[in-house]
Design a protein around this ligand. Structure first.
Ligand code: GRF
Length: 216
């Protein structure tokens, strides 16, 4: 069982998708060992509690800079002997020492098809505002490994979602969460925990993938 921590900052709908998939046996070989929130009032903490997962707070507001916050998170993760970190609606950039210590062991979900609408400053509604402003016909979500360059790590899974003519940033955000994020994040976690992800530089190969590239 891979000892996994889910790091969150807000409502925790992606966390909920992971919890539900885990309960239904769709995430294999994974122990949901901890939820760590950067925000003491995040609803994600209640979701963890209802699911019986130990919840911890490393309050970003108590640290003066990214490095000291990241160090505190690192201490907590080491203390809990975490093997895999999942960033699920986590609104902070982790410092290089933590990213190095957990190289290819941190999975993030981003609400666009990387390399579009991603990188520094592209989070929350801004991602969807930019996709709409650009007139894109499709967007989607990407589950990827975290490196020091924001949203640039090896891609594990992607799922496309159509952009509709009357979409607003809110409707698009919601549809991308429902149709893409909540599906591919749990799937990526399972693939990792089952030992089915193989890295070849920037390329992730999925062991046992079908010829069309789909995972199962
Ligand atoms: C949404 O903005 C989603 O697009 C992004 O994280 C937010 C969801 O957060 N990836 P949460 O999982 O409900 O906390």
């Amino acid at each position: 069982m891979v000892k996994t921590a889910v790091m969150v900052s807000g409502g925790g709908t992606n966390l909920q998708a992971i919890i539900d998939s885990h309960i239904f046996g769709e995430i294999k070989n994974c122990e949901l060992a901890a939820v760590i929130s950067s925000n003491p009032t995040a609803y994600a903490l209640s979701r963890a509690e209802y699911a019986g997962i130990p919840a911890h707070v490393v309050d970003a507001g108590r640290y003066t800079n990214r490095a000291s916050f990241s160090e505190a998170a690192h201490r907590k993760l080491s203390e809990l002997e975490i093997e895999l970190i999942v960033l699920a609606g986590f609104m902070h950039i982790l410092g290089p020492p933590l990213v190095k210590a957990y190289q290819n062991r941190i999975i993030n979900i981003h609400p666009s098809l990387i390399p579009s609408f991603c990188g520094p400053g592209y989070y929350g509604l801004r991602v969807h505002e930019e996709a709409l402003k650009f007139g894109a016909r499709v967007s989607g979500a990407t589950a990827h490994f975290v490196t020091n360059e924001v949203d640039s790590g090896p891609i594990i899974l992607q799922k496309a979602v159509d952009i509709l003519p009357d979409d607003t940033p809110f409707t698009l955000q919601r549809r991308i969460m429902e149709e893409a994020e909540w599906k591919i994040l749990p799937e990526a976690v399972s693939l990792y925990c089952e030992g089915r992800l193989e890295l070849d530089g920037q390329i992730v190969r999925i062991k046992g993938a079908r010829d069309d590239g789909s995972a199962s």
